[in-house]
Each structure stands twice: as C-alpha cells, then as structure tokens.
Design a protein around this ligand. Structure first.
Ligand SMILES: O=P(O)(O)OC[C@H]1O[C@](O)(COP(=O)(O)O)[C@@H](O)[C@@H]1O
Ligand SMILES: [Mn+2]
Length: 643
C-alpha cells in the first residue's frame, strides 16, 4: 500500500489517541440504526407543496410528536406543535395573537421549548452526539446541550435549568430558539433526501426548489427529462433552449426566464410581434392565482408560436446529421404539404389547423430566418451568462446522475429501455452497441461532456442531450416520439398519443424487475426499483407498488396541471431502519391553511416492506464507506503508532 496516503492521513490524526477515538466513533456509528431516507420526484416547480413535504418529513414529524406526546397533549395541541415545527416563524406569530398577557405568552414559550427539548433526543436517537450537535442552531448549541443532557435526579440542578429558560425568555431569545429548534427537528427526522427527477418545468418556482436543495443537509438527484432539458440549454443546445422557453410560455412561466434568471426576452418578443397573432392552442395555461391582462396573454401567445416554430426548425438538422437517432418521422416541417395544409405522418394524413407558418419557406421549411438565428444566438449567450442559472445548473450536475444505486435500491427517473421480449433495448452510437446499464452510462458520459464543453453547440454530445429529452431509447423519455407538433396542429387525438416503451408494462412483472436489478449488480431479493416520471393514476385504481413490491412508482403528480388525472397530489417514499413506507399526499392548498387549521394534507401509508431485523448503518452505502475508513485508520495505527 502506498505509504504516502498514510503519511497524509497522519497529518490529520497526529497522535494515536486521535486514531483510536475516530475508530471507536466510526464503529459506534456502524451499529446505529440506518437513518431515514426520503424520496420525492416530479416536483415540477411546485415549491410550496415541496416545502410542505420536506418540512413535515412526509408525516414523520407528526408521527414522532404523537409517539412522545399522545398521553400528554390533545389532538389539537399535537397539531399545533406539528405546524410549529413545520412553519415556526408563521406559527409563532399566530400563537402570539392568542395570548392576552405577557405571562401567558412566557408560559407558552417555556412549555414549547421544554416540549422541543423532550422531542429532540427521540428524534436524534439514531445519531451520534456529534451529528446532533451539527444539527443544532449554532448560536444556541451550548444552551441546548445543557438542557438536553440534564437529569432531574438531583433537584438542585432543576432550578438551574429553570433559570436558563427564564434567562432566554427575559433576554428576548425564545422565538429565535424555538425557530432554531424547529429546523433542527426537521433536519433530524430525515437523514437523506433523494430527488428522483423533474425539478423543472410546468410549475412556477423551480429556482426556489433549487435554492432549497442547495441548502439541504444531505441529498442526491436523479435527473429527469425536464432537468436534462435545462442542463442541455445551459450546455449549449439551442433546441433544448427553445424547448424550455416554449414550455415556460405554455405554462405562463416566462418570469422564470426573464426575472429569475435574468435572460432578456426582448429580441424574441420583437420577432414574435412581427410574425404572429392570436392563436388558441398557443395561449398560456391559466393560473388560479395569477390573472393575465389580454395584452400580456396575447404577447405570450405570440412568443409561444415564435419559439415553437424555431424549435421545430432546429430539430431538423439534428435528425438529419444523426441518422442513428432514427427520428426521420419527426422531420415534421418537411412532411407538411403547404399547399393543402396537410401532413402525412406515421402513414396517416391529417389536415392541419391553427398553423402559424409565417416564417416558413416551403422550399426549405427548416431554414431559420436570419432574425430567428440572431434571436437564438442572443438567447444562448444570455443563458450561458446568467450567474444564477449557472449556480443552479452546476449544482444539478454535481449532485445528479442518470441513475443511482443506493442501499440496495435502483433509483431512476424514467426507465431502462426494453424491447417487447423484455430484453434490454440496443442502441448503436458511433458504431458501438450499448444496452442496459452500459447505455445509461454512455448517455451520462455525453451529458457530462457537453456540460464541460459549453461552447460546442452542434457536436454529438450536445445532440445526445436533446436525444435524452425526446429520443425513443432515452432512459428519461421512454416513449416512441414526442407529439408536440401534432398536439398543436392536428385535431385527431389519436395522433397525439405517445406510445410508451414496453418497460412500462413489463415493469409490472417481478421477473423483469429482478433481471433489471441484476443488470445493475443489485441483489434482486433485497432491492427495489424506484421510478418517477409517469403519473400514477390512483383515480383509475393504478397501484404505485408493482411487481410484488420490486417496483415503486412515486410520481403521483406534485404538478398541479396533472392532479386531475392522478386524483392525488403526489407520492413520497420513506425508508428507515424498519422498512419502506409509501405516503400518498392530498392536494396541498396553502401553508396558511396548514398553519391556521393545523390540517395536514397527508394520508394513507402503505408498508412496502418490513425489515425482519432493524437495518443498521453497517449495511448501508455509508456503512461501506465507514468500514473502508476504519480499515485505513487501522493501517495507520499499525504503520505509525504500533511497535
Ligand atoms: O402536458 P404538456 O406540458 O404539454 O407536456 C407533454 C409532454 O410532456 C411529456 O409528458 C414529458 O414530460 P413528463 O416527464 O412530465 O412526462 C412528453 O412526453 C409530452 O410530450
Ligand atoms: Mn419526467
């Protein structure tokens, strides 16, 4: 073994006592129960609903409070306590209005702090003291530790604690302390967060979700197709860029582009004003809480058409230069019969309605007008120079992967492309054949490459990022083709259908799931596949737990736009030392409602799997790393400190 590494390690552990202490500490951690993993997916810009799920730990916060306080507090008090933990600032304000005297208020402070101090040891029983310390509000660590490790055995100490609390209250620190403790509790309840894709698009606040994630204590991300679209735009793909703007226009979210990320849409608006007019299928979707003036709505309708047409034009050269994408049916602009206003696609001829082909030359339909090209160049420049977007995209890249093997499970947003026989679908890229895990690794390689060569806009890697958004064998898309053009311009709904990869029915079969787990070198007896991407239609009786629980689909649709088809407002998954639980969430109205009524919009819990024995850290991914560390420290001990 290379002694250089040990010499380096010896700088940190410069005496044998330090090595021994660390070994003892790590060994102790290995024997603790595994921490709670929290899985969410398809957040689609729904920041408030996401915040709620994050703050209540998918119900775990209230569960712990109930465990401890069910005999001491009424249901109403438990609700109030729970909402205080979720939204401390707002709840404190509300509670303050309820008291008529200072004394009452002070009593409430005291009781509340005591209750929180009682809850914390229970919520942190799976952690070492040092980990708990890291979760405490910094400015109060000393005080809280005094309170936490108190024992009432010697009554002379009792007055000492009462005095600490009194001091905190009279010095006006109680609200800060309560708020800090609330965040500590939230943090203790969930040890690690998995975001199984699709943070972006449709909803209004993906940027706020990103900021929340950037500040979260421990997480990983499996990219969704929408996330990859944003990564692609930032990495230099103009067609991805056109798509994100089109989707923002469609959902009336252009402020994300303009105000949040500071990208100037003026040149696009000028072009849009010149060539387009009102056109029903391009009107922005209406929001309940955001009314548009006719003028604004018309502007967005025009921008929507301008960017959609640019998108279709930009797709054409990529499809032509990448034969192996096998997308020639998607050369839609070339397939249009401009004289008869018809298109023949997949063997059927349809008449077109609501067309907006003002910038199209039927002799060369995919050619961008000079002004269109200029607009796209300016937009790309602006996108790549947005500091905020750069921060978000770099974080998304750093924390993200196409798939993740974690504690025996396989996390992936979309699918592993299969053919109808259940075999891994093959794709030939530059003469090499890939399938299964190797295909996904290859996709990820291209995304990484494109992201680190952002000045290249037409190379294979950049085109592959777009393929990930919309290609037939993309593990993120998982459908034959995206029928955006048909949905805008063809009445016949049959043409809108996007045929799913066989994976989506084969995944109901346990044998298939086992085979897939093996493909990723995971134990099929222990592991599960966790998917997002396809809304589970609970309304129609679809079960999110499939294939004898080998497959769990957690996209219940945070996205408001999809809630009428799913019937609920999203699933989340919890995995603690006792097993896995799926949580179905009811529609989230507003945090005000939660704070005022103490109502939790949470519901049924289904046990997916019950561990026969409590799982310990030793059996987890983190445990494996710790074991390696211990091994190293033991070597260091021998090499440096033992005779
Ligand atoms: O409903 P919208 O916003 O028009 O989007 C429809 C498009 O979104 C997709 O479903 C992809 O988005 P999801 O990953 O959220 O499913 C495409 O297959 C489809 O063409
Ligand atoms: Mn998706």
């Amino acid at each position: 073994m290379d002694t250089k590494y040990l010499d380096l390690l010896a700088e940190k552990y410069d005496c044998e006592e330090k090595v021994v202490t660390e070994i003892v500490n790590l060994e102790a951690i290995l024997n603790l129960p595994k921490g709670t993993e929290h899985f969410v997916s398809d957040l689609h810009g729904e920041y408030h609903a996401f915040q709620h799920v994050l703050r209540n730990g998918s119900g775990k916060v209230k569960e712990k409070i109930t465990d401890i306080f069910k005999d001491r507090l009424t249901d109403q008090e438990i609700d109030d306590f729970a909402t205080l933990v979720y939204y401390p600032e707002e709840k404190i304000k509300l509670m303050k209005n309820k008291f008529s005297s200072k004394n009452e208020l002070h009593e409430w402070y005291q009781e509340t702090i005591c209750n929180m101090i009682t809850l914390i040891p229970y919520a942190s029983s799976k952690y070492t003291r040092s980990k708990l310390r890291k979760a405490l509000p910094e400015q109060f660590v000393y005080v809280i530790e005094e309170l936490l490790y108190k024992s009432d055995k010697y009554s002379n100490k009792k007055s000492y604690y009462e005095m600490i609390l009194q001091q905190i209250i009279t010095l006006g620190q109680s609200e800060k302390l309560i708020t800090g403790l609330a965040y500590t509790i939230q943090r203790l309840i969930v040890d690690h967060l998995h975001v199984v894709g699709d943070i972006y698009d449709r909803g209004p606040d993906p940027d706020k979700i990103m900021d929340t994630l950037i500040n979260y204590h421990s997480l990983d991300i499996q990219w969704g197709n929408h996330d990859v679209l944003w990564l692609g735009a930032f990495a230099g793909s103009k067609v991805c860029l056109a798509n994100i703007i089109r989707i923002c226009a469609r959902y009336d979210n252009l402020d994300i582009i303009e105000d949040v990320y500071g990208i100037n849409l003026r040149p696009l608006l000028t072009l849009a004003e010149k060539y387009y007019d009102d056109n029903a299928p391009f009107r922005p979707k209406e929001h309940k809480d955001k009314l548009l003036s006719d003028h604004e709505s018309l502007q967005i309708t025009k921008i929507h058409q301008a960017i959609a047409m640019i998108q279709f034009k930009l797709e054409s050269p990529i499809i032509k230069r990448r034969d192996f994408f096998n997308m020639s049916e998607r050369l839609v602009l070339e397939k249009v019969d401009y004289e008869n206003n018809e298109i023949t696609i997949y063997g059927n001829t349809y008449s077109l309605k609501n067309t907006c082909f003002a910038t199209i030359d039927p002799a060369d339909p995919a050619r961008l007008l000079e002004e269109e090209e200029e607009v796209m160049n300016k937009l790309l420049l602006s996108v790549q120079h947005s500091e905020k977007l750069a921060r978000h995209m770099k974080f998304l890249m750093k924390k993200g992967n196409l798939y993740l093997r974690y504690n025996g499970n396989l996390l992936i947003h979309g699918c592993i492309p299969l053919n109808e026989d259940g075999e891994m679908e093959q794709m030939v890229i530059e003469g090499e054949t890939y399938k299964g895990r190797a295909l996904l690794d290859q996709f990820e390689h291209y995304l990484q490459y494109s992201f680190s060569h952002r000045d290249r806009t037409d190379d294979l890697a950049t085109d592959m990022v777009w393929y990930l958004w919309t290609g037939e064998y993309s593990s993120l898309f998982g459908k034959r083709a995206m029928t955006t053009f048909e949905r805008y311009f063809i009445d016949d709904k049959a043409s809108h259908k996007e045929k799913k990869n066989p994976y989506y029915y084969l995944r109901e079969d346990e044998a298939v799931c086992r085979k897939l787990l093996e493909e990723f070198e995971l134990d099929p007896d222990q592991g599960h596949i966790i998917n997002g991407h396809t809304p589970v239609k609970e309304i129609e009786g679809e079960n999110p737990i499939k294939a004898n629980s080998k497959m769990i689909v957690i996209d219940g649709g945070f996205s408001k736009a999809y809630q009428s088809t799913t019937g609920i407002a999203g699933y989340t998954l919890l995995y603690n030392s006792f097993g896995m639980q799926l949580v179905a969430h009811q529609h989230f109205n507003s945090k005000e409602q939660v704070i005022n009524n103490g109502a939790d919009v949470l519901s049924v819990r289904r046990v997916v799997d019950k561990e026969l024995e409590r799982k310990k850290v030793r059996e987890t991914n983190v445990g494996k790393e710790l074991l390696e560390e211990i091994e190293m420290l033991k070597r260091l001990m021998e090499y440096r400190y033992m005779d």
